[in-house]
Design a protein around this ligand. Structure first.
Ligand SMILES: [Zn+2]
Ligand SMILES: [Zn+2]
Length: 140
């Protein structure tokens, strides 16, 4: 997969972690919605290479993750899990050469009522997500 930000200062090249069937999944949590003005669509990737790192600003959004954006145009680039160094790349970076399936919606219990996707997806609540990633329900 190869993509770039709106202004072109940052180029991202990566392999889909789910190749040969890459998917883009949506997170409805309050942080993603504030960050993106909507659910954050991301695709899990490996072998991530970033050109134009001078233009990348990382924001420590929690103790366990960082969110990155292009400092020139504001395009969201990735969500990075620090513990595993797993990159969730912004799906919008990849437009010419990525054929994503939309398979999963997480933090579905945090989705506001004023929108809903018609796609048949697997949905996970916050508690289910935290359990899947090994966090205790109390946020440990
Ligand atoms: Zn940019
Ligand atoms: Zn989120």
């Amino acid at each position: 997969m190869k993509g770039h930000c709106l202004c072109g200062a940052v180029t991202v090249t990566a392999e889909s972690a789910k190749a040969p069937h890459p998917h883009a999944d949506a997170c409805h949590c309050s942080m993603c919605r504030r960050w993106s003005s909507g659910p954050f669509f991301a695709t899990e990737a490996k072998d991530v290479q970033i050109e134009g790192k001078d233009a990348v600003t990382e924001y420590a959004s929690s103790e366990w993750a960082r969110r990155a954006f292009c400092k020139h145009c504001g395009t969201h680039l990735y969500y990075l899990f620090l513990q595993t160094q797993a990159y969730m790349l912004s799906a919008g970076l990849f437009q010419e050469n990525a054929d994503f399936a939309f398979t999963t919606e997480i933090y579905i219990d945090k989705k506001p009522d004023w929108y809903a996707f018609a796609n048949p997806t697997k949905t996970m609540t916050e508690a289910e997500v935290l359990k899947a990633f090994g966090f205790a329900p109390d946020g440990n």
